[in-house]
Design a protein around this ligand. Structure first.
Ligand SMILES: [Zn+2]
Length: 246
């Protein structure tokens, strides 16, 4: 039988029974917070100096909840659409569906022209990458103004905004006022992109998901709970191609 772990936990992977848990030590945290990410990774955010045995107990105590979450993450993955790069396939941009048209002549590899998503035939072998580049460009042009007006309203110290690949997160931010938005977010309707923006802008003021954080979000966006619920459902079925998350 394995010895019961003891001593303070450290950041990094930790095995609890048959579950692998990514431990993240955050000095200012007061308790253990468990999350199951969209890629089925389990993360435990813990205060500095927490005894390993206490973390093991916390994980074991919530095993039922973790298994439920893992199961629904697997179901989510099965719901995700697989796109084919053929004329007639649909691609979302800001909540609207645009039919793809393979074309022989176009000035750019991908473009939105008169309600059709055009993809140039000579780019077919790298169609996925070209579409992602397009989402990044369009997002990079559309988001900054939108983010700045929210930042002004919320008095959030926004410095810059970047659209990029972001794993399984819709957004992230850093301590220098930088906000990152996942390119796949640009498929969502604008009012849900707004929720992602407001969430990250609130993090520029409060890093955690404390009550104080949610009150900042609620002040800026009183109906945020409906939007968050909608994002959970819609986000699970957005196009997020395998291998393009990172
Ligand atoms: Zn957050």
């Amino acid at each position: 039988m394995a010895a019961k772990p003891s001593g303070p936990v450290r950041s990094g992977p930790m095995q609890v029974g048959n579950l692998e848990v990514d431990v993240v030590v955050v000095p200012e945290r007061s308790g253990v917070r468990l999350t199951v990410e969209r890629d089925a990774r389990i993360t435990a955010t813990v205060p500095a100096g927490l005894d390993s045995a206490l973390l093991v107990d916390a994980v074991k105590g919530r095993r039922g909840w973790i298994y439920d979450k893992l199961e629904s993450r697997v179901e989510d993955a099965a719901l995700r659409p697989v796109k084919q790069f053929v004329t007639g396939e649909g691609f979302l941009y800001l909540g609207r569906n645009y039919r793809l048209k393979i074309t022989d002549e176009a000035p750019v590899p991908v473009g939105l022209v008169r309600g059709r998503m055009l993809l140039r035939r000579d780019c077919l072998d790298r169609a996925q990458d070209e579409l992602i580049v397009w989402y990044r460009h369009r997002g990079g042009a559309w988001l900054p103004k939108r983010a700045e007006s929210w930042a002004q309203r919320m008095q959030a110290p926004l410095e810059n905004i970047v659209v990029r690949r972001l794993g399984y997160r819709w957004g992230s931010c850093n301590r220098n006022g930088g906000v990152n938005i996942h390119w796949a977010t640009m498929q969502l309707p604008a009012h849900l992109v707004d929720y992602v923006l407001v969430h990250e802008l609130a993090h520029l003021q409060k890093r955690d998901h404390s009550a104080e954080f949610w009150s900042i979000v609620a002040r800026a966006m009183p109906d945020y709970q409906q939007r968050r619920a909608r994002l959970d459902r819609l986000g699970a079925v957005l196009w997020l191609p395998e291998g393009a998350q990172q």
